[in-house]
Design a protein around this ligand. Structure first.
Ligand SMILES: [Cu+2]
Length: 270
């Protein structure tokens, strides 16, 4: 009884103590993340009902058996019909979960199911390498050049693109898409609060989208052991309102154009 009470109390207080899912009050900070969490909770409910049910059944059998000291225990090699039942029922549950999650999976991974506005205008190109994240944005007010070639996964860096390491800035409440690639070995782009996780595979350019619902600074980690400096691949994702996002790009442009030599010298545009 003690452990059962501890378990229930822990489950109740965990979200507010930040012992549960990453994010404020254990809430996902992206639209799709919320649906991924819903899938998790569905599975959690199924597992909990099964676990509690079997434990109660076990307790009942032990309780009843302890009372009955006269009768000899019944020994059996198994029951064919029971075996059939406990194979078919879990198979049915697994099949149900597999079908039920297909929409979320498709929206998460299949580019033809991505939001069209995100696909039309990728915000960044993210390259993982030992041991950092290299972010490239199109120059403010510009789209990535080879827009028409996106489906062929061909995009060519342009003069004027903005490059910055270990910080990805995106606008909030908008579907944003970036392309993920690796410069060397396999890495994995992981943002726990946004529930975004995608391997960066050498030779592949992989589109990833999300919609950050709240302003915030979110963790970006490498989730694939990629070498001695793997631990150094902690970066961040800044989600800010649209106007601040534009200002961020303008500031970055200014910063990159600054040679840092003489503050009074006139700045060139490119
Ligand atoms: Cu890595």
């Amino acid at each position: 009884m003690f452990w059962a009470v501890v378990a229930v109390v822990l489950c109740l207080v965990a979200p507010s103590m930040n012992w549960w899912f990453p994010g404020n009050n254990a809430e996902a900070a992206s639209t799709l993340g919320t649906r991924i969490d819903d899938l998790f909770y569905l599975i959690l409910v199924i597992v909990t009902v099964t676990f509690v049910g079997t434990q109660i059944a076990l307790g009942y059998v032990l309780w009843k058996g302890a009372d009955n000291r006269d009768e000899k225990a019944h020994f059996t090699h198994g029951s064919h019909s029971l075996e059939v039942i406990w194979t078919i029922v879990p198979s049915g549950i697994l099949l149900f979960i597999a079908l039920y999650q297909m929409d979320v999976w498709a929206e998460y991974r299949v580019i033809s199911k991505f939001p069209a506005d995100a696909v039309a205008q990728p915000v960044a190109d993210v390259t993982a390498r030992q041991f950092e994240w290299r972010i490239r944005y199109p120059a403010p007010g510009r789209k990535f050049k080879s827009q028409a070639d996106i489906r062929k996964w061909l995009r060519v860096p342009e003069a004027g693109d903005l490059h910055y390491p270990n910080e990805l800035c995106v606008p909030t409440t908008r579907n944003v898409l970036f392309y993920l690639r690796s410069g060397d070995v396999q890495h994995a782009f992981f943002s726990p609060e946004l529930r975004v996780k995608q391997d960066a595979v050498p030779g592949k350019v992989i589109p990833v989208w999300f919609n950050a619902t709240k302003r915030g600074e979110y963790t970006l980690l490498c989730a694939e052991l990629c070498g001695w400096g793997h631990y150094k691949m902690k970066a961040r994702i800044l989600a800010v309102p649209e106007n601040e996002y534009r200002q961020y790009l303008l500031n970055l442009q200014k910063e990159l154009a600054d040679d840092g030599f003489d503050e009074d010298a006139p700045e060139s545009d490119e």
